[in-house]
Design a protein around this ligand. Structure first.
Ligand code: ATP
Length: 343
């Protein structure tokens, strides 16, 4: 339970005929959190965001914004604003007028409006760009204008629907850092929808992982990565090895399925005695991919499982690592680094 959550979903469903876009979701998002909804296409993230904004309504359940039931409130009566992937700027207006649009509609006098526009342009690091038109800006700059235009209305919650999706990788990474800084500066709740796990991990205080209209897990980036609760989360967020049955029993004493991340596994020589307290399995290197910074090994465990192991190339060269192919090895890891999966 979060004290005074900004958003609360109470058993919320949104069905479109047979399609269960969102199904029986309970969720709390804290005031001032940078919260991401992460999941593959069609998993229900956007539908959740649209229901918070008021563009869509639950078929069942209730949505609370700061303890007020907003389930049936129209969008303009909610203290929420949305930033979309396609910016949705007015092409014929200057940047200044685009940003000031919401305040103009509300009837704020021009001098006051322009002062606020200047503050917003500074916040999104675009001072002096006010007189340009959207076509005279780059994609990243346009996205910052869209952000300024949403923030100028002083929403309590900002919704961001894949806002960096149209940008190239380098710009995306730069904008991820800037978005996080801006969120800290304004201190309001950001709810960010993405299918990009790295993006969610980089920016979020907490993440909800969605699959088929349901939330599989909610937690901090390290919870989600280090302690995936289900097979789906282990597979969707980063690369993970799943070990079950007899092979799991050899390593842990139990047949219960567990996951282990490739970088947590130490690759040793076949005859090595693992350090005290470490879990271990014997195997044979079936494949080696040299990737410069690190090397990825595919190790076949006796009895059938294949485990991926990643090792940094601290001292090794490409020749050293490639000669590992076909060799018998001992894999070991600290038992704290495995995660037992619920389903
Ligand atoms: P993406 O990342 O592709 O935007 P998403 O996780 O945001 O996906 P949603 O857009 O929430 O997913 O869609 C969830 C499911 O609901 C999908 O199967 C989608 O086809 C369906 N859906 C969404 N809106 C409607 C609608 N208006 N009518 C019928 N089905 C819909």
């Amino acid at each position: 339970m979060i004290k005074n959550p900004a958003i609360r979903f109470d058993n919320v469903s949104r069905h479109f005929g047979e399609i269960k876009a969102v199904h029986q979701v309970d969720l709390e998002i804290g005031d001032g959190e940078f919260f991401s909804m992460l999941g593959p296409s069609g998993s229900g993230k956007t539908t959740c965001l649209r229901m918070i904004a008021g563009f869509d309504r639950p078929s069942e359940g209730k949505i609370f914004l700061y303890d007020r039931d907003v389930s049936n409130l129209p969008p303009y009566e909610r203290p929420v604003n949305t930033v979309f992937q396609d910016y949705a700027l007015f092409p014929h207006m200057t940047i200044e007028d685009n940003i000031a649009y919401g305040l103009m509609i509300k009837g704020m006098p021009k001098i006051k409006r322009m002062k606020r526009v200047d503050e917003m342009l500074n916040l999104v690091r675009l001072p002096g760009f006010g007189y340009r038109k959207p076509s005279q800006l780059s994609g990243g700059q346009r996205q910052r204008v869209a952000l300024a235009r949403a923030l100028i209305n002083q929403p309590k919650v900002l919704l961001l629907d894949e806002p960096l999706g149209a940008l190239d990788l380098k710009l995306r990474q730069q904008m991820q850092v800037e978005l996080k800084n801006i969120q800290r500066e304004v201190g309001i709740t950001f709810i960010f929808v993405t299918h990009d796990q790295e993006e969610a991990i980089t920016m979020s205080d907490r993440i909800a992982v969605f699959s088929e209209g349901k939330i599989e897990q909610v937690g901090s980036p390290s919870d989600i990565y280090e302690r995936p609760a289900t097979e789906f989360v282990a597979g969707f967020v980063g690369t993970s090895n799943l070990v079950s049955g007899e092979i799991a029993k050899r390593a842990t004493g139990s047949t219960k399925t567990f996951s282990i991340r490739p970088e947590k596994i130490h690759l040793g020589f076949a005859g090595d005695t693992p350090a005290a307290g470490m879990a271990a399995l014997d195997g044979t290197v079936r494949d080696v991919v040299y990737l410069g910074l690190y090397t990825r090994y595919l190790v076949e465990i006796e009895g059938g499982a294949d485990l991926v192991v990643i090792e940094q190339n601290l001292k090794t060269t490409s020749m050293d690592v490639l000669s590992a192919k076909g060799q018998k090895v001992k894999l070991s890891w600290h038992p704290d680094h495995i995660s037992h999966l619920g389903s």
